[in-house]
Design a protein around this ligand. Structure first.
Ligand code: MV4
Length: 515
């Protein structure tokens, strides 16, 4: 503990106390990094979070308002006040909430504190998707054909039609202030163009307070592959091995892995240097991610940049052995990135992350908030469970219902799939519905096992299943199976323990006997 603190004190700034402007698993994740560095973590919390894990793990905690995000975790004034009151030196934003809000980063700096993230300028620049495309183009990185600027607010229909003809169909109307698929529309041909632009503008105006949209040719069945990077305050940018994030449901990532099953080391190097070139061209500092689309011919295109630590950062940590949150703090402290760049591009083994949600997969993934009655997380070799909740606690209705991120590492992809299946079978949660049964099913799908998927794969396969349940047997049958398994365990213990002779018996054990 002491040695790291000395290291932090050795450079131009000192981080002794860090306020974490977030909740849930990411607040816990940052608190853990603080602890290991001898830095005192300070929590903030909303009304419903007053007894949350992140509050109990911190050294101090400040109430910042009612449960609705806009009244607490989005209140820049209250969070900055809490940081001042606590005497914090720095603020870590986590992801979501204010993490990519340039006004928040600026307010933290104006209060004389260090923001553990990029500059307000970099956040604003990359938050504007056409400005980000311009930066990528200048850096010599391939772009999907599209408009260089937002469509002018007063553009005539004929002008929009002409722009679209030049780009080609099918195309996408995207919000300039958007990202993550919000305010995006598909256009198959000229007939739906003007309607889509009008609808997208209105959606973007409501969602982002900025109605500006632009056009991009739509790639069909692309993969989503992203490059993590770090930039220090001395001009060094280091890119990492890619993350494969094509398994998404309605624009929400569901499973991430690294390395990608289809990226060669030559392609990895090309994508990594493209990502680093974009970051360098804007003087990027701290952790960021460049998203690419990869088409069926293996060509990649710049999509957008995320100016934050991402949810899926642990898979990168698993195959590189680095702690990205600690590096964020060192960078904010003014330290130099003295990392071996070869090591960052040479993944050791393979890692997956499953985002386990309090949602009912048998009811169209409807959120399932409520009290967690019991919870047993998997453990053992190669397992990491980044969770923000505990048994006896409530999953609030106010926030993203993520319960935990289950990360596994193993020496190769097939073993990592085996290990994830083992971990999922150990995971037992009662009191709320979770997406665990869905993941147990997904990890058995041939396309998943073969790595033969793209960004539309999961939505397509879910649609084709037509709402069939993910748990193979009905609850009444499960109970009978559990009783049968228990009877067998009592009457012939050796046989029961050693030979799960059928699928229903194994099911009976895992579903019925878990409490
Ligand atoms: C695209 C695309 C195809 N072509 N852009 C969706 C979220 C936002 N980040 C951008 N997105 C897409 N942009 C072009 N020119 C397909 C998607 C897309 C997608 C991208 C990444 C991961 C999942 C996706 C699911 C559907 C569509």
């Amino acid at each position: 503990m002491g040695s790291t603190l000395e290291c932090l004190e050795g450079s131009n700034k000192v981080l002794r106390k860090v306020l974490i402007a977030n909740r849930g698993e990411i607040a816990v994740r940052v608190i853990r990094a603080c602890r290991e560095m001898g830095v005192s973590p300070v929590a903030v919390y909303s009304e419903c979070d007053r007894t949350a894990l992140h509050v109990r793990l911190a050294d101090e905690a400040y109430a910042i308002g009612p449960s609705a995000p806009r009244d607490s975790y989005l209140r820049i004034d209250r969070i900055v006040d809490a940081a001042r009151t606590a005497g914090a030196d720095a603020v870590h934003p986590g992801y979501g909430f204010l993490a990519e809000n340039e006004e928040f980063a600026a307010a933290v700096l104006d209060a004389g504190l260090t923001f553990i993230g990029p500059t307000p300028h970099a956040i604003a620049l990359m938050g504007n998707k056409t400005a980000a495309r311009t930066a990528a183009k200048k850096a010599g990185v391939p772009l999907v054909p599209g408009s260089d600027e937002a469509i002018e607010a007063n553009a005539t229909d004929a002008r929009i039609q002409a722009l679209a003809e030049r780009i080609g169909y099918p195309l996408l109307v995207k919000a300039v202030a958007g990202g993550g698929g919000k305010g995006m529309r598909t256009v198959q041909g000229p007939a739906d163009l003007i309607g889509a632009v009008t609808a997208a503008r209105s959606e973007a105006g409501t969602a982002f307070g900025d109605p500006a949209v632009y056009l991009e040719r739509q790639l069909l069945r692309p993969r989503h592959i992203e490059i993590q990077l770090l930039g220090d305050a001395h001009g060094t940018v280091v890119p990492f091995v890619e993350r494969e994030c094509s398994i998404q449901r309605r624009h929400q990532k569901v499973v991430e892995e690294t390395p990608s099953p289809i990226v060669s080391s030559a392609l990895r190097r090309a994508m990594a240097s493209a990502a680093a070139a974009v970051a360098k061209s804007v003087g990027y500092t701290n952790a960021g991610t460049i998203e690419f689309l990869l088409d069926e011919d293996g060509r990649f295109y710049f999509l957008e940049m995320n100016t934050r630590l991402q949810v899926e950062h642990p898979v990168t940590e698993a195959v590189t052995g680095l702690d990205l949150v600690k590096w964020q703090m060192r960078i904010a402290n003014g330290d130099r990135l003295d990392l071996d760049s070869e090591r960052l591009l040479a993944p050791y083994g393979h890692a997956f992350e499953c985002r386990i949600y309090a949602e009912d997969p048998d009811n169209n993934f409807l959120p399932s908030p409520g009290r967690i009655e019991s919870l047993r997380a998997p453990a053992g070799p190669g397992i990491r469970d980044d969770s923000g909740v505990e048994a006896g606690q409530d999953v609030p209705i106010f926030y993203d219902p993520l319960i935990s991120k289950l990360i596994v590492w193993a020496e190769d992809r097939p073993s990592a799939i085996d290990r994830m299946q083992r971990a999922l079978s150990e995971y037992a949660v009662s009191g709320i519905k979770t997406t665990l049964p869905f993941f147990r099913w997904l990890l058995e799908q041939p396309a998943f096992v073969d790595g033969a998927f793209h960004t539309a794969y999961l939505d397509d396969i879910l649609r084709s299943r037509n709402g069939q349940p993910f748990v193979a047997v009905a609850p009444a049958i499960e109970d009978i199976a559990a009783i049968a398994a228990a009877l067998q365990a009592v009457l012939s213990p050796g046989a029961a323990a050693q030979t799960p002779t059928s699928r229903w018996k194994a099911q009976g054990r895992s579903e019925g006997l878990r409490d």
